[in-house]
Design a protein around this ligand. Structure first.
Ligand SMILES: Nc1ncnc2c1ncn2[C@@H]1O[C@H](COP(=O)(O)OP(=O)(O)OP(=O)(O)O)[C@@H](O)[C@H]1O
Length: 285
């Protein structure tokens, strides 16, 4: 199936139920959902998620396993369209434009909302071509050498690879591969970078490099990161959304809900929601 052919079925949003979990403050909102629901087959994976993601901030999504963090992340650039049986209801807006409806060009959406995955996944190509390939496909007509260098510099990798730019990207360490994947994402000049547990396969030193890089990137990009690591959420994010499993679900399905969305300092020191408190103190696993 072509990436540009959305498979998700649409149902109208019941906006009356949607109480947005807005980011406090005056930051402009770049991504928002209203009463977002996602099913896999007949199983409701996410229930009534209404959230406003602010621009040029790092927003962390935390919560117990299976509460729908990755599902929510994938909604933002329509990656769930690629999953058989996935469907959603509700609104998702990007820069105010509805992106959850039919007829969305998912390829150009994913150019503007890039994604970095848990396991570094460089192409089996040279470091240079890992950057240049996507840019060429996207019709880049500028100076390719300059784009490759700029992207690698922006991802804090240039100094480590500048003398072996035509060697395979697969020869790099795991942490370097992840920064190469970030450089590849940056090369198509997205506005938002979605990161799904980007450090879970990395050692502590590589993790620290990626975290430093994220902090640097937020001046130009909005970042949404899924992490299991609460210390990481505390270290890197400005805001944290805590998803939990819906205790009222009676059909045995695991359904995720948004328990709390707050500035990270506040969420970890003075959580408003009892379930958030139970999760961050380790009483819910
Ligand atoms: N491709 C899929 N097909 C069917 N069900 C899925 C699929 N992906 C996720 N699910 C289900 O949706 C629910 C949410 O999964 P998701 O991976 O989004 O949660 P998560 O919070 O990111 O989990 P984890 O922390 O374990 O990675 C789970 O019950 C999961 O089994």
């Amino acid at each position: 199936m072509s990436l540009s052919e959305p498979r998700l079925e649409q149902r109208p949003a019941d906006l009356s139920k949607a109480a947005p979990a807005s980011a406090p403050g005056l930051d402009p909102v770049v991504l928002s959902t209203r009463d977002l629901q996602v099913w896999y087959g007949s199983s409701l994976a996410l229930k009534q998620i209404s959230i406003d993601i602010p621009r040029n901030k790092i927003t962390a999504l935390i919560g117990p396993s299976g509460c729908g963090k990755s599902t929510l992340l994938r909604c933002f650039n329509r990656m769930n369209d690629l999953i058989n049986g996935a469907r959603m209801a509700g609104d998702i807006r990007f820069d105010g434009d509805l992106i959850s409806g039919p007829g969305i060009d998912a390829v150009s959406l994913r150019r503007r909302i890039g994604m970095v995955f848990q396991k570094p996944n460089p192409f089996p190509k040279s470091i240079y071509n890992n950057i240049a390939w996507g840019a060429r496909i996207n019709g880049y007509r500028g100076d390719m050498d300059e784009l490759v260098e700029r992207s690698l510099r922006r991802a804090a990798l240039w100094e480590e690879v500048k003398n072996k730019i035509h060697r395979s990207g697969m020869e790099l360490s795991g942490g370097q591969q992840q920064r190469l994947c970030i450089a590849r994402t940056l090369a198509v000049e997205p506005e938002v970078i979605l990161m799904d547990e980007p450090c879970s396969a990395l050692d502590p030193i590589s993790t620290a490099r990626v975290e430093d890089l994220m902090d640097d990137l937020k001046t130009d990009y909005t970042i949404v990161i899924v992490t299991h690591n609460m210390q990481q959420a505390r270290r890197v994010s400005d805001l944290t959304a805590c998803l939990m499993l819906d205790e009222t679900a009676v059909d045995g399905h695991r359904t995720g809900i948004l328990a709390e969305f707050s500035p990270t300092d506040l969420l970890f020191t003075n959580p408003k929601d009892k379930r958030t408190e139970a999760y961050i103190t380790g009483r819910i696993g």
